[in-house]
Structures are given as structure tokens and as C-alpha cells.
Design a protein. Structure first.
Length: 213
């Protein structure tokens, strides 16, 4: 069983458990929203198989980190169950230890998660979540001899854990959030002479402020 299947099983188990809990859950929070403004660190945990003319060239592949602002929103279905949607765009450079600099690409990975909030009105408000992601790859540029670089858009899985900490008695709060995306893509360049299958599998660490209304 590979990592993607394990991730899929974990996501489906979390979603099923959350749905079961939602059936017995009701509260004044149902129908309310949270909006957060966060700074994100997008930290790829990449590996890839690179082939030139069908021959595996070996080596390791490195994808650079990225730090960006992000806005997300959460809708409370019940007191404890929320649906979060996030979107941010990041730029990354790709380097192979044998081929050298490959190029750069922008990612837009909108992600939706179903969350369970353990104590949504407490002084500390932890939550966990699971969901899906669809990543768009755009504005890819090859380096040196690499031309016509392109990446395949793809679906992925997402797992999440975080905490909200209210500031005083008002609607504002601080937030810390960690996500793990299980994301793969295929790339090609030089008219298909260069091809690669890559697992990006980034950690996304965010911190910021939010408001509930």
C-alpha cells in the first residue's frame, strides 16, 4: 500500500467519523462563518523519477520553499463541524542533482477540508480536518537547455490540525494551522524528451488572525 492510498484511507475515515458526529451535533454556531488572514510556509517534501529519452537519470530532486499570504473561510454546519476552503498561490524552483536546475512553476492549490472543532467556544479551540485538493500548475519556465516545460494539474488529499485562540471576549482570534497535502504531478519538457513523475507532498504551516461572525 503506497502513501497516497494510506492518505486516502485516513481522509475517508476522518470524513466518515465527522459525518457521524454531525448527526448528533447542534448549536448556536450553526450557520456562522470564520475568516482568517494567515501567512503560509509552503514546504515541499519532494521526490521524483526523471527520465531523458526514456532512461532514468537518477539523482535527487529538490523543490524550493515558498512563503505567501493567504485568506481562508470556514462555514459551521453545526457547533463542532466546519467546512474550510483555502486558496493561495506559490512559486517554486525545481532542481535535480544530476540534470541541474530544471525550471520554475507557480502552483494554485485550492483545498477544501471538513473539520471537527473539539471545543469551539473554549479558551483554546483545537480542530482536525481532512479533505481534497486540486492543484493548478501555471507559468512554468525551463532553465538552460530545458524548454517547453509543463506540469499536469492533479487531485490530491489533505490532512489538517490546528488551533484557534480567542483574543478577549470579542469575535477575534489567533490561529495556528498545519496541513499535509498528498500531491503528485507529471512533468515534461523538450517535446517529451524529458519526463518526470514527482511527489510534492508539501507541509503547509500557517499562522495569523481571524474573525467569527
Amino acid at each position: 500500500m503506497n502513501i497516497s492510498r494510506i492518505a486516502a484511507a485516513a481522509v475517508l475515515f476522518t470524513l466518515a467519523s465527522t459525518a457521524a458526529l454531525a448527526q448528533a451535533d447542534s448549536s448556536d454556531l450553526a450557520g456562522h462563518f470564520q475568516v482568517r488572514l494567515r501567512g503560509l510556509a509552503f514546504l515541499p517534501d519532494a521526490s521524483a523519477t526523471v527520465k531523458v529519452g526514456g532512461v532514468n537519470i537518477g539523482g535527487s530532486t529538490h523543490v524550493t520553499k515558498s512563503f505567501v499570504p493567504e485568506v481562508d473561510g470556514t462555514y459551521f454546519v453545526t457547533d463542532h463541524i466546519g467546512i474550510e476552503v483555502i486558496a493561495a498561490t506559490t512559486q517554486h524552483a525545481v532542481h535535480n542533482s544530476v540534470a541541474g536546475p530544471v525550471g520554475s512553476v507557480w502552483l494554485l492549490p485550492p483545498t477544501a477540508t471538513v473539520q471537527y472543532h473539539f471545543d469551539p467556544n473554549g479558551a483554546i479551540r483545537p480542530y482536525v480536518g481532512a479533505g481534497v485538493n486540486y492543484t493548478f500548475f501555471y507559468s512554468a519556465h525551463g532553465n538552460g537547455a530545458i524548454t517547453d516545460l509543463s506540469f499536469k494539474n492533479n487531485w490530491g488529499w489533505a490532512l489538517q490540525a490546528g488551533v484557534d485562540v480567542p483574543v478577549g471576549d470579542g469575535p477575534y482570534f489567533l490561529n495556528l494551522d498545519v496541513k499535509k497535502l498528498f500531491l503528485s504531478t507529471d512533468l515534461k519538457a523538450n517535446g517529451g524528451l524529458v519526463r518526470a513523475s514527482a511527489d510534492l507532498d508539501p507541509w503547509i504551516v500557517g499562522a495569523g488572525v481571524g474573525i467569527r461572525f
